[in-house]
Design a binder for this molecule. Structure first.
Ligand SMILES: Nc1ncnc2c1ncn2[C@@H]1O[C@H](COP(=O)(O)OP(=O)(O)O)[C@@H](O)[C@H]1O
Ligand SMILES: Cc1ncc(C[n+]2csc(CCOP(=O)(O)OP(=O)(O)O)c2C)c(N)n1
Ligand SMILES: [Mg+2]
Length: 323
């Protein structure tokens, strides 16, 4: 029996994620009705995933559901926000029950984990495309433009797993079973650093999440802050499975320009470094110092031999075509 559009919404998305008292009316009416606490500031972001562009055609539907919400929560994390509500605009070639069951589990489990309620969306037929919107509360925002010369540049977790994971997923790299699994997970199931973002919000001067690649995303902080930076290339926390699978140079390049890592890059004045590291550790995360903000514009990298060279921004760009 085929599912109607409204059966589908009812069955898979009417009760998705956390039950929140600030949702007066969620999925099923003309618009959601939400009751934010008086005077609280909202952060709001949206990102789209397109089959064949952001994940391979035929990808595990649970991974697609997870990643579609995760990349959005990552944007809220980079603003220091506490997520609350999500919307889902889903374009599907067909209403296949097994696919929808997996997709909803991936998305709704992550929503529940972060106390997010799915409050609305849209469902249409067409090439597989998933657009999620998220909103949350922010007390101390973390915009991109506050970095100052002398601030340290720090990153959560490990880098390079997204870019090398894509090579594994596409069958262009075949590591051992255990490393292959770690790398596939990094690509398919990024963990949005929401708790770390909140811990950093009281301390960092700027933040961005790494979706396109460290060099490109740090570049957004530099442009917005009117500053430059020098990265200590030997200090990048490369995912060990990636180093084993592809070698250190490829792993470092994946960290700089591969994207899909969804870690947070923040700038910290020296005076708050220690407490920021401790606060992130309390969330179960790690923070590694990878460079310094300079007054001189441009992004530089210092190699193992101490030589400093300009770094290409590189990174993912939907429309740039290499000449
Ligand atoms: N089509 C659009 N209309 C309005 N704003 C957009 C559009 N696309 C992107 N933006 C905004 O441009 C900025 C950069 O977008 P993007 O690179 O996608 O950020 P992120 O990596 O955080 O998702 C963000 O503030 C985003 O909200
Ligand atoms: C099948 C596949 N090919 C290539 C990539 C690489 N890739 C596609 S989009 C992207 C960057 C992130 O997506 P974008 O839409 O730019 O998100 P935003 O920066 O807005 O968060 C990357 C690294 C991928 N994830 N999957
Ligand atoms: Mg975006």
């Amino acid at each position: 029996m085929s599912l109607s559009e409204f059966d589908l919404i009812d069955r898979y998305f009417a009760h998705c994620g956390a039950l929140r008292p600030d949702v007066e009316l969620g999925v099923g009416d003309d618009a959601a009705l939400l009751i934010p606490a008086a005077g609280r500031r909202l952060a709001w972001a949206t990102d789209t995933l397109v089959a064949g562009r952001h994940f391979p055609e035929g990808a595990d539907p649970a991974a697609v559901g997870h990643k579609a919400l995760a990349v959005n929560l990552s944007d809220l994390a980079a603003m220091g926000a506490q997520p609350a509500w999500a919307t889902l605009a889903l374009t599907l070639p067909e209403a296949e029950e097994a696919w929808l069951t997996g997709f909803a589990a991936g998305l709704c489990d992550l929503a529940t984990e972060h106390e997010v309620a799915l409050v609305g969306g849209d469902t249409t037929g067409g090439p597989l495309t998933v657009t999620v919107g998220v909103a949350g509360f922010v007390d101390r925002p973390l915009p991109r433009g506050g970095a100052r010369p002398g601030d340290g540049i720090w990153v959560t977790g490990e880098l390079g797993g997204g870019g090398i994971g894509l090579e594994v997923v596409l069958g262009r790299l075949t590591p051992g079973d255990a490393d292959g699994e770690v790398l596939r997970e990094r690509y398919y199931r990024p963990q949005p650093r929401v708790r770390a973002g909140r811990a950093l919000a009281r301390r960092a001067t700027a933040a961005v999440d790494v979706s396109d690649g460290l060099a490109a995303d740090l570049g957004h902080i530099l442009a917005a802050s009117g500053a430059g930076a020098t990265l200590e290339l030997v200090d990048l926390p490369l995912v060990p499975a990636g180093v084993r699978a592809a070698g250190e140079e490829v792993a470092r390049q994946a960290a700089l320009a591969g994207g899909d890592d969804y870690e947070l890059v923040v700038t910290l004045p020296p005076a708050v470094e220690e407490e920021a590291v401790a606060a992130v550790a309390e969330t179960g995360g790690t923070l590694t110092r990878i460079g310094t903000i300079d007054p001189e514009p441009g992004l530089r990298g210092r190699g193992a031999d101490g030589h400093v060279a300009l770094l290409a921004a590189g990174g993912h760009d939907h429309f740039r075509r290499d000449p």
